[in-house]
Design a protein around this ligand. Sequence first.
Ligand code: SF4
Length: 373
Amino acid sequence: MKYLDEYRDPRLARVLLDELHRTTTRPWSLMEVCGGQTHTIVRQGIDEVLPPGIRMIHGPGCPVCVTPLETLDRAMAIAARPEVTFTSFGDMLRVPGSHTDLLALKARGADVRVVYSPMDAVALAQQQPDREVVFLAVGFETTAPANATAVLHAATLGLTNFTMLVSHVLVPPAMTAILDAAECEVQGFLAAGHVCTVMGWTEYEPLAARYRVPIVVTGFEPLDLLEGILMAVRQLEQGRFEVENQYARAVQRTGNGPAQEAVRRVFRISDRAWRGIGTIGASGLELADAYAAFDATRRFDVGRLTAAEDPRCIAGRILTGLSVPTDCPAYGTTCTPRSPLGAPMVSSEGTCAAFHRAGRRRPAGAAVSGGAR
Ligand code: SF4
């Protein structure tokens, strides 16, 4: 398969691994920010064949996992209204809110539908002028341009029955918060390639210089990740702290200008709560005033919400790399993909789901590091 098999070639993986072993002289801790990269690392067992002392810390780059509980509760309160057709990507339907999830709401008769693009939701609004169509817009810089384009399209069509519940998050402020945390052990980052296809990597340059951390823009295939790890370790061994681009086949330094322009038109930067982490200043996007008519929080008053996390879930420690899923007392027992207690076990990019799918087990009698929050 052209353009895929060449990034999964076991002989080339061996060459990169050998080079990594030759390069490494001491322990280093690297964080892969993106949940998609976590899944490749765990599924392929890459973290298990690295030189001793090279530790991969799994980061917060799962958009489903970091969507705040309060937003999910709001989504469910809106979806329960009889005049609403509520739309979302499939992953979001099973994410637990404080009391229920969207799938359970659908089973009880709410008009909740899976869509594959925000444009599908706009089309639904066109087809059903007597219904209020709401789209739950989550994700990082990667998905923001498509959501911005959907709002622009709805505005062009003059739709008055289409709104978005926006919960967008931005990667660089989250990396800054991780580096500022007292317990931070991250010495270098693998930055998510698809985020950088949109935003480029100029925002990372001051971060790398200020915190003296290498940041390597990296793809998602096994060879991408091995090469990204090698590039980051090489920098650390040489005392360099720069932004480098492993994913040159897709990413340019200044990113995608038209996509950035659509996002700038439709959204503005705001403080944002991250589920399990807390509020990070200037780390989110919300609809700009010019597009306030498309803001579901303004259209639907759902009253005061009191969000309450399941106390058994240690997702916050997992999302910040302080614990791994096998540290969680509920992992694989009371929390499984069929019966998830937290978002990281639901999402296709969640770290707990990655560990569970790869069959990683809690060591028998293991002490629990982290504990319930
Ligand atoms: S295993 Fe389940 S309960 Fe534990 S942190 Fe992951 S999602 Fe939360």
